[in-house]
Design a protein around this ligand. Sequence first.
Ligand code: SF4
Ligand code: SF4
Length: 393
Amino acid sequence: MDAGAPLDPRAQIAATVGPPLWLLAEITYRCPLHCAFCYNPTDFAATNDELGTDDWLRVLREARAAGSVQCAFSGGEPLLRDDLAVLVAEARRLGFYTNLLTSGVGLTEARASALKAAGLDHIQLSFQDSTRELNDFLSHTRTFDLKQRVAATIKANGWPMVMNCVIHRLNIDYIENIIDMAVELGAEYLELANSQYYSWALLNRDHLLPSREQIERAERITNERRRRYGERIRIFFVVPDYYETRPKKCMNGWGSVFLTVTPDGTALPCHTAKMLPGMSFPNVRGMGVREIWYDSPGFNRFRGDGWMQEPCRTCPEKEKDRGGCRCQAYLLAGDAAAVDPVCDKSPAHRKVLEAVERAQRPDVCAVREMPLIFRGPAESKRLIARSGKAVAP
Ligand code: SF4
Ligand code: SF4
């Protein structure tokens, strides 16, 4: 080849884009829980043709061949799929590091043994709170006692345990109890991830966004508990980006590391990207993973910086955050190619400030007479009938 000849666009992408290191296999949207902050799409009830076992086995092989090294099985509740151990075994055979993200429902001793035999490396167990009352209220199920038993099963099988608790206005004041519970249950890692405001959490934002005072207290207590427990547990505390002035580098950059495959086989650069209007995303039923990753218009849409508008286009910080989250830009500014409104340079930043301002009022939800909306198929169908897509409250 002539050394001076320009690369064709396809070769250019292959030369600049790394492999899809992380595969998120969302094997079902079905879930027995009804979390008010669920990150599944609000129109999930429209998805009913889940990929079968053979399709998933092929996706695992193709993703591994394309360079994926970590595979997280997620949902919904992945344990609702009877073939989970088969999928885990194949992922391990291929050389993936495997992770199960679960609410715990369905992790019986027998399922745990099967997953252990399949070689599952790691389990992340979610709690909604440290008390039965709030855990069961927020998930709209009686699952607190079950989760305690599942935590013991995870430890008994020798898995490292990551506990995850989504933090928000309704449970943030009990953060010390959540941390103490994680230590008592023997968790090695605790993820206190403040709710991000997409999907169901966006519908419930006024109920869930904590006040500044609540966040400052929670950070102070988390630091105090880190000192108290030292090496016994590693605690991650993720601040809600509404309280920042710069957005997060969403998914480490669009189409740079993460590949999500949804239950019906749609391949996405992030698990909420399907909401973006005017975009078409490929399906693993009709296209191979390598082609999806490098060649599909959906994955290339927000790579590089040619898509950026001002102020991002000429911003000296653009490599740091890549203009933030495309879904948040669409949900709050109405344009997926706009600057993420979390950034204080965004013309739509006032929408974030308004939500933050409302969150300082102790009675915000009572004032607005808004009921908490719990995730569920009936609610999802109602939302589909109303609008067909997620909308900001
Ligand atoms: S967030 Fe709650 S409702 Fe949503 S998938 Fe997870 S456990 Fe199920
Ligand atoms: S203007 Fe865009 S690139 Fe600059 S800091 Fe804000 S989001 Fe990041």
